[in-house]
Write a protein that binds this ligand. Structure first.
Ligand code: ATP
Length: 298
C-alpha cells in the first residue's frame, strides 16, 4: 500500500516570544528554528519515516524557499513530486511559541492555493485500489473536492484533516473514509465536541473518526463504537506538528499492518506525538526512523 499526500509544503520559521502578541503590539522574539514544514509535508515525512511508501504532491514557487524545501525533502524517505509555479512565492509559516509550549501559526498559501486539480491528481494515475490519499485544508475548495471524487473513482482510501479550518469542509464527509479533527475543528464543523461530534461524522458517512484532544489524548469512533486513549505523560515544549505526527503515525501503523484504523494505531500515534511535543521545531522534532520503527513494533 502507498500513501499519496496531496497538500502543502512550507518553510517554518519558529520564533519564541514571552507571550503571544496582542493586536497592534510590537514585541521582541528570538529565532528558534528554520525547518521544513506544512501539514502535507509533515504527514508525508512521518509516514515515510515509519516505513510506508510516501508520495508528496505539493506546489512550490521559484524562490529561495523552494531550494530550502527541495534540499530538506531530499533528506527524507519521501517521493516528492513538487509542482514548480513560476512567479509564485513558496509557502511559509511564522510560528510563535511561548514558554508554556503553546503556539500560534500563520501560514501563507499562495503556492498551495494555486495547485490545479490536474496537477494534484496526476500521480494518482499509478495508484491501485486500497492506496491511501491523505489531504489537509490548504488547497482550494474545488481542488480538495476534486481530489476526493477522483479518489472515490479509483477506490482509494481517503484520510482528511480539516486544517486550516474552512466551513466548506462540513460538506465533504461523505467522500471521507478517515477523518482526524482536533477539538476546535470538531466544534466548528459539527457544532459539538467529543462523542456527539464523532457521532455526527459517522452518521455523515465517515468510517473512522479520530478526535485529538491535546494533552487529554484522543478518541476513535466507528460504527462499531468509540474508545478513548489517554495521551502519554510528557512535558510539552512545543506542540507544533503534534497533530501531523499523530495522523501520519496512525495511518502508517494501520497501512503497514493491512488493517482498518484500530486502537493499536491510535496508541502508536499517541506515543509518537508525545515525542514531537517534547521537542522544539517541526521536522526536527518528529520521531526519527528508528524511534518510529520501535513504536510501531510495540
Ligand atoms: P497541532 O496543531 O499543535 O499540531 P492539533 O491541534 O492538530 O496539534 P492536538 O489534539 O493538540 O492536535 O494534539 C494531537 C495529539 O498530540 C494528541 O491527541 C496527543 O496524543 C498529542 N499531544 C498533544 N499535546 C500533548 C501534551 N501536552 N502531552 C502529551 N501529548 C500531547
Amino acid at each position: 500500500m502507498r500513501a499519496y499526500v496531496i497538500g502543502n509544503v512550507t518553510v517554518d520559521e519558529t520564533i519564541s516570544v514571552s507571550a503571544m502578541p496582542e493586536a497592534g503590539a510590537s514585541i521582541l522574539g528570538h529565532e528558534e528554528t528554520r525547518d521544513l514544514g506544512g501539514k502535507g509535508a509533515n504527514q508525508a515525512v512521518v509516514m515515510g519515516r515509519a516505513g510506508l511508501t510516501s508520495i508528496l504532491v505539493a506546489a512550490v514557487g521559484d524562490d529561495f524557499r523552494a531550494e530550502i524545501i527541495r534540499s530538506q525533502l531530499a533528506e527524507e524517505p519521501v517521493d516528492a513530486r513538487l509542482v514548480r509555479l513560476s512567479g509564485k512565492a513558496s509557502d511559509f509559516s511564522i510560528i510563535f511559541t511561548t514558554p508554556d509550549g503553546e503556539n500560534a501559526i500563520v501560514t501563507t498559501t499562495d503556492s498551495a492555493g494555486s495547485l490545479t486539480l490536474s496537477e494534484a491528481i496526476r500521480p494518482l494515475a499509478e495508484s491501485t485500489a486500497g492506496d491511501l490519499v491523505v489531504l489537509q485544508g490548504n488547497l482550494s475548495d474545488d481542488v480538495t473536492r476534486g481530489i476526493l471524487e477522483e479518489a472515490r473513482r479509483r477506490q482509494l482510501v481517503t484520510a482528511f484533516n480539516p486544517s486550516p479550518l474552512r466551513r466548506f469542509f462540513a460538506d465533504l464527509w461523505p467522500l471521507i473514509d478517515i477523518a482526524f479533527l482536533n477539538k476546535g475543528e470538531a466544534e466548528s464543523l459539527t457544532g459539538s465536541g467529543g462523542q456527539a461530534a464523532a457521532s455526527t461524522l459517522i452518521s455523515a458517512g465517515v468510517k473512522h473518526a479520530v478526535l485529538t484532544l491535546g494533552g487529554e489524548g484522543a478518541m476513535l469512533a466507528s460504527r462499531a463504537g468509540t474508545l478513548k486513549i489517554p495521551a502519554a505523560a510528557v512535558t510539552a515544549i512545543d506542540t507544533t506538528g503534534a497533530g501531523d505526527t499523530f495522523m501520519g503515525t496512525a495511518l502508517a501503523s494501520c497501512a503497514l499492518r493491512g488493517v482498518p484504523l484500530d486502537a493499536r494505531a491510535i496508541r502508536h500515534a499517541t506515543t509518537a506525538a508525545a515525542l514531537t511535543v517534547s521537542r522544539r521545531g517541526t521536522r526536527s522534532a518528529f520521531p526519527t526512523k528508528a524511534e518510529l520503527h520501535a513504536i510501531l513494533a510495540a
